[in-house]
Design a protein around this ligand. Structure first.
Ligand code: ACM
Length: 632
């Protein structure tokens, strides 16, 4: 019985060994060898670091092994060089191709050797090594770790872009310190190196500013509301207590900054202004033009949108750019922000600033005359330039959303292009540095799959579209493109697990675009590797969206008939459907081409299969809904 078991285990191992690697992002160079390293819980390897500054990484690897039931020892020098060891060390002579973040990794039968120019490269190499272990290694079942095979290989790897970011909005939903750390943990696994922390917005101010205590005493709290953001959440009742929210103390922020730094992640804090300031104005209403009392928005409707990006704020949420006290406020905020965050960049927001209250205010109009500002765009530009002076006086560089280009931008400021790539192209043309984070490819809050099974929000963005993202547009000098970023706004994200669901797997696609050579990107291979990472998330009990498997349903009216097309981009799959209210659909029709939906009270049901096994959810869409979609 025992030998039968070992035979089964051996064959499982061999199967794993013969599989192609599933690294995300794909490395610059991967060369398989015939060797196999075995991580054996009964004969744990020794983890050796050569330079003192690598010690923390040796312990990070030890922790990872421990979770999988392997008790590896950590030593500065090898106690027993004959014994299987994992060695991490820095190159003595600089390897220019590897840069600061690159590494080489060699997996041999006796040992694993990880080398880099800098400690950050060692950290990145460890993330690769982690992914060379089978998916089950990410689980909580130590039995998996007995004799885990690691396929022999030689890897040379370094990033394409210096800015590989993910943003998290902690205003619309407040995430605890531990939750923020968990978000950072997942980012680090995929070699993201910038955590853009959207700390303030209309729905909550989340960073302690000691010189402005009301920002968190008042601005961090709102009345608790459920339901759809921006539509059916009622305004606060008179005298109602604000009980939902929270903020990060400065000590907590320092702790998160250190936590991120240990994972090769720099934090870019965003303090959004002059718009998106309702929470700040709830604390200090005198900084608006109207100066009347405000509340922190619980997600109630307070804007109207007219298409083409035009909108009106029903309640003032803008700072008054004509008031010198506003710049004193901005200075106090950025003085403390600059002390808390050691990175080079501070993000000042600058997006979606409604100018109506400025245009209606006689004081502001007078100020514009005095300053020779001919319209409210120039006034916004005046504000942005003042903020840029304040931020650079603290020794930091300013970045803002692409609206900061309107009316002219201060030299040295960088642009984060979100309304498509247009702003980024224009900014790069003017010699500004750019981070591409366009809605069209990088908005992780957008809906990933069919609306019948998802929680629809402003727009749709499927995984395969994210994978098409190319941050350097044709004709643009790549020297100005720092990189790119995915943005996770949280209007419709009420907890951390759903944040993961929305971020992943689309963040895999971004990670690969931002790290790997453009020529290495290939959809089918990416999708196969993504399927392996589905297993890793499942094993770690981390939510991930598998909507990519589900048929993409398109309906059109053709000669008074409703014609339906199904697509899915996952290799090796087939789709089945029924249109006669029967199920399961595997007993229905295999999809081979567009088909007609007959009239009547019936639903399309469809699902994807591979080798008879269902993948993703079954979609069920009533004919009336299909008709609505066709007529849209
Ligand atoms: C944004 O999405 N308002 C930057």
């Amino acid at each position: 019985m025992k030998s039968l078991l070992s035979l089964v285990m051996l064959s499982v191992c061999l199967q794993q060994v013969s599989a192609l690697h599933s690294l995300i992002p794909i490395p610059v160079k991967y060369e398989p060898t015939e060797e196999v390293f075995t991580l054996d819980a009964r004969k744990p390897p020794e983890i050796i670091y050569r330079e003192e500054m690598l010690k923390q990484y040796a312990y990070q690897l030890q922790d990872l092994f421990l979770k999988a039931g392997v008790a590896a020892s950590v030593n500065r020098v090898a106690a027993d060089p004959e014994h299987g060891c994992i060695l991490m060390m820095l190159y003595e002579a600089d390897h220019p191709d590897l840069g600061q973040e690159g590494y080489t990794l060699e997996v041999m039968t006796d040992s694993i050797i990880l080398k880099a120019n800098e400690p950050t490269g060692i950290f990145n190499g460890l993330q690769t090594l982690r992914q060379l272990f089978p998916a089950g290694f990410e689980g909580r079942n130590p039995a998996e770790a007995i004799a885990v095979p690691v396929e022999g290989c030689r890897i040379v790897d370094y990033p394409r872009f210096a800015w590989r970011g993910l943003m998290l909005d902690v205003s619309r939903h407040f995430f605890t310190v531990d939750e923020v750390k968990a978000y950072i943990d997942q980012m680090a696994r995929y070699k993201f190196n910038i955590f853009h922390w959207h700390l303030t917005d209309d729905e909550g101010w989340r960073i302690e500013i000691k010189s402005l205590p009301k920002l968190t005493e008042v601005g961090a709290w709102r009345v608790e509301r459920y339901g759809r953001f921006g539509s059916d959440r009622p305004y606060p009742e008179p005298g109602e207590e604000a009980t939902y929210g929270g903020f990060y103390t400065q000590d907590q922020i320092r702790e998160i900054v250190r936590y991120a730094a240990l994972r090769n992640i720099t934090i870019v804090p965003e303090i959004d202004m002059p718009g998106h300031c309702m929470a700040a104005l709830a604390a200090y209403p005198e900084l608006s033009t109207g100066k009347e009392k405000k509340f922190v928005n619980p997600g109630s409707k307070f804007s109207e949108w007219y298409g083409g990006g035009r909108f009106k704020m029903l309640i003032e949420n803008t700072l008054n750019p004509a008031d010198e006290k506003v710049y004193e406020f901005v200075d106090k905020v950025f003085t403390e922000v600059a002390e808390l965050f050691p990175g080079n960049w501070i993000h000042m927001g600058g997006d979606e600033c409604y100018k109506g209250y400025w245009e209606a205010d006689s004081g502001v109009q007078q100020f514009m005359k005095e300053q020779g500002l001919k319209d409210s765009h120039e006034l916004q530009s005046y504000f942005v330039k003042r903020v840029e002076e304040i931020i650079s006086s603290k020794g930091k560089k300013m970045i803002g959303w692409d609206e900061i280009l309107e009316g002219g931008l201060a030299e040295g400021a960088a642009v984060m292009s979100w309304r498509g790539m247009r702003g980024g192209i224009e900014a790069a043309g003017m010699g500004h540095e750019v981070v591409m984070a366009p809605t069209t490819f990088a908005y992780l809050d957008y809906t990933q799959g069919d609306h019948s099974v998802e929680n629809p929000i402003y727009a749709d963005l499927r995984l395969e579209k994210v994978y098409e993202f190319e941050p350097v547009p044709v004709g643009v000098d790549p020297g100005f493109i720092l990189g790119g970023q995915g943005n996770l706004w949280t209007e419709a994200i009420p907890d951390l697990q759903f944040a993961f669901y929305m971020a992943y797997p689309r963040a895999f696609a971004l990670a690969e675009t931002l790290w790997s050579p453009a020529g290495e990107k290939e959809w089918n291979h990416f999708m196969t590797r993504t399927e392996d990472h589905f297993k890793r998330f499942d094993a770690g009990h981390i939510n991930i969206c598998k909507a990519v498997y589900e048929p993409k349903v398109t309906v059109r009216n053709v000669n008074q008939k409703l014609v339906c097309t199904l697509e899915n981009p996952v290799p090796g799959t087939e789709m089945y459907y029924t249109i006669n209210n029967t199920y399961p659909v595997i007993f229905g029709t295999k999809y081979t081409g567009p088909f007609e939906i007959p009239p009547g009270d019936l639903s399309l049901r469809t699902r994807t299969y591979r080798d008879g096994e269902p993948l993703g959810r079954e979609l069920m869409i009533h004919r009336s809904e299909l008709e609505r979609r066709a007529n849209r």
